[in-house]
Design a protein around this ligand. Structure first.
Ligand SMILES: NC(=O)c1ccc[n+]([C@@H]2O[C@H](COP(=O)([O-])OP(=O)(O)OC[C@H]3O[C@@H](n4cnc5c(N)ncnc54)[C@H](O)[C@@H]3O)[C@@H](O)[C@H]2O)c1
Length: 372
């Protein structure tokens, strides 16, 4: 039942700006979150913003985010800029009473994340951080299986997130600059696997880690000068969870051949499961109580109507893709606004995530375990 229209203002029009625009275009076609979304204004600082606004289907565009946040007709601010500006935009948006969905990692520091969370709570707005991998149907199914105790006591969580977009010839981009990105692989990819660990297994208790820069400089595409890299190319860490489970994690942007390879495995006393983003419609499961003669890992095609989110899309076996996660995330967010209820992952999850990232960085610096 459609009750209202929510006007959206989206800051940032490149990679994530496009993914979120695509989600907004599809939301009301496939889902009924209780409100229509209106793509009112998109904002970006590059010259192609007008053309992008028209192509993505936005009613208007701006080059100054303050104007979007100050627009009294806008209900939701969607932050898709590099980490440097997340906090400033979010604080202004919360003060203006807007609901906020913000890209990950939530902020540059845990202190910033703390102020964003406090401000969102104080203003009584709905807030979400876009840890979109919670919204893969197979991952949501994994959560259901773990919550039903079918895996028994959880012993181990193992996650690897590898990409290979960085080599010696890669031009300098903002992700190499700690002052704009906050951190490298540990925040770009690590924030996702940390969120999945908390979502699937529970809170982390202590961590020990290492971070490395393998390629010390890249060429500025404009000036031609070599510029130093100040964010990590790779980070590895171990964790102990509050429930006693152990975790091991690896993240890297220089893993040759691994395009967007996010894989995790959960091992419990009664079964195990494993997931690979490059085959995102599938979940591998193993249950210890099954008939020994035919026992083994089996692959569940997570495309049946009873699987999370799937009944909104196509008939069984008609697979979905990466872009659908953003639709699911917006569905949960808009529903939370309409029904005036909390939604996760929220700024609290973003705050804890940042505290864990900082603890891993500190552990790497001081070469010790850090208690959270
Ligand atoms: N959820 C995911 O899977 C995922 C994937 C990629 C990136 N991200 C996150 O999304 C965010 C953006 O990353 P991206 O890859 O889209 O970056 P991008 O470089 O592709 O786009 C950045 C956008 O921000 C805009 N921008 C920058 N500064 C601005 C300012 N002061 N005012 C207005 N607009 C400004 C630029 O015009 C551009 O449109 C980052 O926080 C990143 O970590 C999330």
């Amino acid at each position: 039942m459609v009750k209202q229209t929510l006007n959206i203002g989206l800051i940032g029009h490149k990679f994530m700006g496009k993914a979120h625009s695509n989600a907004l275009k599809n939301l009301n076609m496939f889902f009924e979150p209780g409100a229509m979304v209106n793509m009112k204004t998109i904002c970006g600082v590059e010259d192609d913003i007008a053309e992008a606004a028209a192509r993505y289907g936005w009613k208007s565009y701006e080059t100054d985010w303050h104007k979007v946040v100050e627009d009294p007709e806008i209900d939701i601010i969607d932050i898709c800029t590099p980490g440097l500006s997340h906090c400033e935009i979010a604080l202004a948006a919360a003060k203006a009473g807007k609901h906020i969905i913000c890209e990950k990692p939530l902020s540059m520091t845990a202190a910033e994340a703390g102020s964003m969370y406090a401000s969102a709570v104080e203003q009584g707005i709905r807030h979400m951080v876009n840890f979109c991998y919670r919204r893969v149907p197979a991952v949501a199914l994994a959560k259901e299986i773990i919550s039903s105790s079918r895996l028994g006591e959880i012993y181990h969580f193992h996650a690897i997130y590898q990409q290979d977009w960085v080599d010696e010839s890669t031009p300098y981009v903002w992700r190499f600059d700690k002052k704009i990105a906050g951190a490298g692989a540990i925040s770009d990819k690590g924030s996702h696997v940390i969120d999945l660990a908390r979502y699937l297994v529970g809170e982390l208790k202590e961590v020990v880690g290492m971070t490395d820069i393998f390629l010390a400089e890249h060429q500025d595409p404009v000036s031609g000068d070599m510029k130093p890299v100040t964010t990590d190319d790779a980070a590895m860490f171990l964790a102990r969870f509050e429930n006693g489970a152990t975790g091991n994690f690896e993240t890297s942007r220089i893993s040759t051949g691994y395009k967007n390879a996010l894989r995790f495995a959960v091992t419990g006393s009664k079964g195990s499961l494993r997931f690979n983003l490059e085959r995102l419609n599938e979940l591998e499961v193993y249950f210890a109580d099954e008939d020994k003669t035919t026992q083994g890992f089996r692959t569940v095609l997570v495309t049946d109507a009873q699987h999370p989110y799937v009944n909104h899309w196509w008939p069984q076996g008609h697979i979905i893709g990466w872009e659908h996660l953003f639709v699911h995330q917006y569905y949960e967010f808009v529903r939370a606004i309409v029904e005036n209820k909390a939604v996760q992952p929220d700024f609290y999850d973003g705050l804890i995530n940042m505290q864990i990232i900082e603890a891993i960085e500190r552990s790497a610096r001081e070469r010790c375990w850090v208690t959270l």
